[in-house]
Design a protein around this ligand. Sequence first.
Ligand SMILES: [Zn+2]
Length: 219
Amino acid sequence: MSEKPDGEGGGSEEGDGESFRYQMEVSDQECPVCGRKALRVYGRVDEIPHFGRVLEQFIQCEACGYRISDVMCLEERDPAEYRYRVNSPDDVKVRVIRSPSGFLEIPELGVKVRPGPAAEGFVSNVEGVLRRIKAHVRMAAKWADREEARERAREILDRIEAALSGEDEITLVLKDPYGHSAIVPEDEEKLEVRRLEEDEVRRLRSLILRGSLQGRETF
Ligand SMILES: [Zn+2]
């Protein structure tokens, strides 16, 4: 499924054909990238099976194309950890809701993506999440000055591919101390969900705060 509003003007539609419920111009705010007052907000409420209602929002600059997305869970939910075993090509379609307070991890590969101030919320699927993680890994490899780091990046990318083709297995972990993120497969056989302990909730919330102070999404 597409993750951005593609249309302009009336009847903006997403790739899956569902229309955005509202669109508005935000004429009093400047775009953080180009400084023009050309921001537009798109939003809609979606009902996600086995999860509940979520509000998806996109802010897009009509002038330079800058775009940021957000997703907010409209139901009250417990802080939770979702663990999903990825070991088959069918797993790419499994729904993932990642709010800006969601921590993503692949423990087997030592991959951790912590929320930062630029963290985006999105409704996607396992394929979309792994695509984002692969982009992070490639970026890290590009800036790495040691050959070992580049080799490790290649290994991570290979193992993600192997898991998606069913030749290997990785675990996708999503923790959210505010309960706004989830992995929602139709078949729950490969899913484990547990409520986060109070001290974990406190620790993750303080990491979010620290991430905002650091000014970047840590990987
Ligand atoms: Zn702009």
